[in-house]
Unconditional design. Structure first.
Length: 187
């Protein structure tokens, strides 16, 4: 059902170019731009996952400015979008938080720009979201993508966004917006 859809942006664990696991840096755009897309598509909560104290402090400053500070007065729409934002240390914390809210564990959707086998199409996942009674958590990665162990715990592996181009390196903010439009947008 459309009232139980969640989004998480993963900053840890993330793959580095050489395949090692790292924590990636948060940008203020990760916070407010993705919140705006999520709010537009009626996502219940948008979680940002970062385990680094210094990165979490950056996010807290962004939230303070846009929700409690001058930014909220200057741009009330951004403040409203950030009402659905939460930060967690780890993916497991996000899953637990959704279980707290919904009373059940979410179905997890893995996304990646990389070509993979056994993926579900956007159309198929759109149908699943519209008919599934369980909460749905759509994961987006940063850096060079999420590690295999996250894909292995996921219920669905969503096909990459394809354009009529050899180039495939969208910003995560664009990928979230396009994905939400394909899964939840108007027919």
């Amino acid at each position: 059902m459309l009232d139980k859809v969640y989004v998480a942006l993963i900053h840890y664990p993330i793959l580095k170019k050489d395949g090692t696991i790292v924590s990636t840096a948060v940008t203020n755009f990760d916070v407010h731009d993705i919140s705006r897309s999520c709010k537009t598509y009626n996502i219940k909560k948008y979680f940002l996952v970062s385990n680094l104290p210094a990165q979490r402090k950056i996010v807290e400053r962004v939230i303070d400015y846009w929700v409690y500070g001058h930014g909220g007065e200057f741009n009330p729409n951004r403040k409203q979008a950030l009402e659905i934002f939460e930060m967690e240390h780890y993916l497991e914390d996000v899953i637990e938080r959704i279980e707290e809210i919904e009373g059940e564990k979410p179905k997890i959707v893995f996304t990646s720009a990389k070509a993979r086998k056994n993926v579900v199409t956007h159309e198929k996942l759109k149908d699943i979201i519209r008919t599934c009674k369980d909460p749905i958590l759509i994961l987006f990665g940063t850096g060079w993508g999420m590690p295999e162990e996250i894909r292995e715990i996921s219920d669905y592996d969503l096909e990459p966004i394809k354009a009529n181009s050899e180039f495939n390196h969208l910003s995560v903010r664009a990928a979230v917006a396009i994905t939400l439009d394909r899964l939840i947008g108007e027919n």
